[in-house]
Write a protein that binds this ligand. Sequence first.
Ligand code: NAP
Length: 312
Amino acid sequence: MRELYDVIVLGGGPAGLTAGLYAGRSRLNTLIIEKGQDGGQIAVTDEIENYPGQLAEGESGASLIARMTEQVRRFGAERCTDTIKRVELEGDVKKLSGAKGEYQARCVIIATGAVPKPIGCENEEKFIGQGISFCATCDGAFFRDLEVYVAGGGDSAVEEAIYLTRFARKVTVIHRRDTLRAVKSIQERAFANPRIAFMWDSVVVRVDGSGLLSSMTVKNVKTGELTVIEADKADGLFGLFGFTGYRPTSGLFEGMLEMENGYIKTDENMRTSLPGVFAAGDIRVKSLRQVITAAADGAVAAMQAERYISSH
Ligand code: NAP
């Protein structure tokens, strides 16, 4: 018979890893299923400065995640790499079917996070990997001494723009309003950086090039004016990084769980609308999406799962 786990955690970002850590520590028979590498968004974040106790200058998301992963391993949670395609979450035994196998558990903790939203311009798909990127840590070095543009005005856009100045000779943030959404301390660093410029009230409406990205049309949303930006002739291309927010990875649960704009609704104990199903981290409806709140959700979800199991 297939093993019946106490808890299956879906997702290996800070929420999922913390849930796995707490469940393992409670001696629950726990399996963490992650489709790719651990870490989610944080794995590609260059520097974490606001996780409590995080004082090591320049510590990356990847190194924080590596420590979390090791801690989870020590507490005994099992790991598996698979992409879950179908779930049955009603009833006392929850069933999950993946590309590699079938899994079952008494509780499921959904920590599948969110993925970057597209920039939303014409021709975008054609230039992903050919000048358009959603990961500065992964692709920033390709743009050494070139010009780079960043779409967005939140924490991610501004932090990653600062990071990109390590490589690019100039970074221009294209933001649809005239004030940034990013937290003030991040804004201050960006405004003080001579290699960062801003295009206010603007959005990218179209990208072009023969093969590589070398031209784009930017619209001023107040005046309607269109500006065509061409790559410097000697460069032949420029980079465009999209940081216009994230989309929840919740398609698998549509119609099964209560949601709001694709985010899973929970109570303060991370309980979803189905018994024995919990959600933690960026996937759920919440006001602050950070590593600290994801980790806290994971801890609460695991402790509630333990309570659920002992009362059933
Ligand atoms: P975000 O806070 O949702 O910001 C998205 C930005 O993109 C906003 O400035 C938004 O403009 C803009 N935008 C959205 N849709 C757009 C569109 N269609 N066209 C052009 N611009 C568009 O996303 P985020 O910066 O990725 O952050 C996500 C979460 O992670 C937030 O909770 C953030 O605080 C957190 N985070 C924290 C840190 C940190 O603590 N160090 C770092 C990164 C992210 P408007 O401002 O006009 O809405």
